[in-house]
Design a protein around this ligand. Structure first.
Ligand code: ADP
Ligand code: 5GP
Length: 187
C-alpha cells in the first residue's frame, strides 16, 4: 500500500485548480480518474478528467463492486472512485491524488487511514464561492443552485479533515498545500 492525498470541498472552492498546479510540481502524483454519470463540462476529456459513463453503466459497476466508494453527490448524478484506478497508480509506484466530495473524502480517509492525508479546501466566504461558481461559466443556473445548496452542510465538515487550506490567494494556497504535502510525504 502506498500513500494518498485526498482533496475535498464544496464544488467551486478550487480543488481542481489547486490539484492541476500541484500535479506539475510533484512528479510522483497520479490522479485518480473517477467515474461519473454527468456529462463533460467545458474542455473536460473522457479518460482524463473523468470516465464519463451512463447512469445505467454506473449502477452496473456499483453492483459489480468496482468502486471503493461512490456517492449520488447531486440528485441523479453519481461519482465514484474506481478500485482499478487505485491499483493502476500504486502499481506505478505513485502517490494517489483524489478529488472527491466531502462524504467521499471522509470515507476514503477511513479506508486508507494514516496512509492518506485529507485536505479540505475552504473558500474565503460563501459569497466568493458563489462568484467563482458563476465566473467559471461551465454550469447551468440549475446546477449552480444545486451546488450552492449543498455547500453549507459540506463546509461544516471541515474539522473532520487532517488539514484545512483557505483558498483566498491562489499562489499562497498552493504554496501552503505544497508544504503540508511535502511534510506528509517525508514522514
Ligand atoms: P472545484 O474543482 O473545487 O469545483 P475549480 O478549481 O473549478 O473548483 O474552481 C472554481 C473557479 O474558481 C474556477 O473558475 C477557478 O479558476 C476559480 N478559482 C479557483 N481558485 C481561485 C482563487 N484562489 N482565486 C480566484 N479564482 C479562483
Ligand atoms: P464536479 O461535477 O464539479 O466535477 O464534481 C462535483 C463533486 O463531485 C465535487 O465535490 C467532486 O470532488 C466530487 N467527486 C468527483 N469524483 C468523485 C468520486 O469519485 N467520489 C465522490 N464521492 N465524489 C467525487
Amino acid at each position: 500500500m502506498g500513500k494518498a492525498i485526498l482533496f475535498s470541498a464544496p464544488s467551486g472552492c478550487g480543488k481542481t485548480t489547486i490539484i492541476k498546479e500541484l500535479m506539475q510540481y510533484f512528479d510522483c502524483f497520479g490522479f485518480s480518474i473517477s467515474a461519473t454519470s454527468r456529462a463533460p463540462r467545458g474542455d473536460e476529456r473522457d479518460g482524463v478528467d473523468y470516465h464519463f459513463i451512463s447512469h445505467d453503466e454506473f449502477r452496473r459497476r456499483a453492483e459489480a463492486g468496482s468502486f471503493i466508494e461512490w456517492e449520488e453527490v447531486y440528485p441523479g448524478t453519481c461519482y465514484g472512485t474506481l478500485k482499478s484506478e487505485v491499483e493502476r497508480i500504486w502499481d506505478e509506484g505513485k502517490v494517489i491524488v483524489f478529488d472527491v466530495d466531502v462524504n467521499g473524502g471522509r470515507n476514503l480517509k477511513r479506508h486508507f487511514g494514516d496512509q492518506a492525508l485529507s485536505i479540505f479546501v475552504m473558500p474565503p466566504s460563501v459569497e466568493v464561492l458563489e462568484q467563482r461558481l458563476r465566473s467559471r461559466g461551465t454550469d447551468s443556473e440549475e446546477a449552480i443552485v444545486k451546488r450552492l445548496g449543498r455547500s453549507a452542510e459540506e463546509l461544516k465538515q471541515a474539522p473532520h479533515f487532517d488539514v484545512t487550506i483557505v483558498n483566498d490567494d491562489l499562489r499562497r494556497a498552493v504554496d501552503e498545500t505544497r508544504q503540508v504535502i511535502e511534510k506528509f510525504l517525508n514522514e
